[in-house]
Design a protein around this ligand. Structure first.
Ligand SMILES: [Zn+2]
Length: 355
């Protein structure tokens, strides 16, 4: 048995080793193998560009988490890959998302802060960003007496999915809801579909903070296929909606650090560059050779034609953002594919009507 048998341990180990590798002081250990793994690499796995140190956040502790203050009584917790937030109030703690990878470290982080500040460590409310299990799967750890708040569509999707780890919200809203809990103010808004139909904006007007999950992952390009996007135009529009709020700090739900307005703008530009690249590919990549070669095998022709289009769109974007956003060479082409399909199918660009 090794730690790699557990996906959770594996993930936090990987997150930790990524951080360790980024610390130049590691060289002091005298193990060159740690900093030049490629020299001894016999795995046959592909190499990717080094990630910029700016993509990484603070080191996690021995239990695998980091907790930090955002502003005043608002805090964030990360395991290096996932993020949650919590607000300590005079009446108890309001938790925002409960990723299962952080799991029981959520309460440990809350205990640590509550002990230091002499406030209650009792979680009284959990606010859900959206229904996905990777952000809510530790919700049931907090028992039945907690009030859960989420969008009406989150409730509908969770009733459908029937996962005991994610109790459905007790309190729901459709468009906007302002929460007043323990003297604190939290503004929830559903501004249309983006990553999922139910993903909401969580604004902390008195803490200069916006939580918007699975749209911009600060310092990193989106995860595979535009964060497994469910609505191209909605996700492309989301950063502008986020920037329309006043805030300084962004909780993106992922990776090891908080985001800034500059991070949101860089993400917005990265997506805009991919949109431009895809539009250019629609006119510049000639489909003829693909259809000539594959004949009656239409799917083979379409697959290779679209692969050439996404490569045409992604290559200059990968060059521009390598060293700016982590993993540009890992996931940009898969995001380009989703944007290509959105531009074709949602916007109708590139569609030709038969004469
Ligand atoms: Zn999600």
């Amino acid at each position: 048995m090794s730690v790699f048998d557990s996906p959770t341990s594996r993930r936090s180990l990987l997150a930790r080793s990524a951080k360790v590798a980024a610390v130049p002081a590691i060289a002091a250990l005298g193990s060159s193998a740690l900093i030049t793994p490629a020299s001894a690499d016999t795995t046959g796995l592909p190499d990717y560009a080094p990630i910029p140190p700016s993509a990484l956040g603070p080191a996690v502790n021995a239990q695998g988490y980091y907790v930090g203050r955002i502003e005043r009584n608002l805090y964030w917790v990360t395991d290096g890959t996932y993020q949650a937030a919590f607000l300590t109030t005079k009446d108890g703690v309001v938790l925002f998302d409960a990723p299962p990878t952080i799991g029981r470290n959520l309460q440990r982080a809350i205990d640590e802060i509550a002990r230091a500040n002499g406030v209650s460590n009792k979680v009284t409310h959990i606010v859900y960003s959206h229904h996905h299990a990777d952000h809510l799967g530790a919700s049931s750890l907090f028992g039945r007496d907690v009030e859960r708040i989420g969008h009406a569509e989150t409730r509908r999707l969770l009733l459908r999915d029937n996962d005991p780890a994610r109790p459905v919200p007790d309190v729901t809203f459709e468009r906007r809801k302002t929460l007043h809990i323990g003297g604190e103010r939290i503004e929830l808004a559903h501004l249309g579909t983006n990553h999922t139909p139910d993903n909401v904006y969580i604004h902390f007007p008195d803490h200069d903070t916006l939580m918007l999950v699975d749209v911009n992952l600060p310092g990193w390009v989106p995860f595979q296929s535009f964060n497994l996007d469910e609505d191209g135009p909605g996700s492309i529009a989301a950063p502008a909606k986020a920037l329309a709020y006043p805030w300084k700090h962004h909780v993106g739900g992922h990776m090891g650090r908080l985001g800034t307005r500059e991070d949101m703008t860089v993400h917005q530009q990265y997506i805009a560059d991919l949109v431009d690249g895809v539009k250019a590919a629609l006119t510049h990549v000639d489909p003829t050779p693909f259809f000539v070669k594959y004949g009656d095998n239409t799917w083979a022709a379409v697959k290779e034609y679209q692969s050439a289009q996404t490569k045409y769109a992604a290559d200059p974007v990968i060059r521009k953002y390598t060293g700016v956003l982590a993993a540009a060479d890992v996931y940009t082409q898969s995001t380009a594919f989703v944007i290509l399909e959105s531009i074709r199918l949602d916007l109708g660009i590139g569609s030709q009507v038969h004469a």
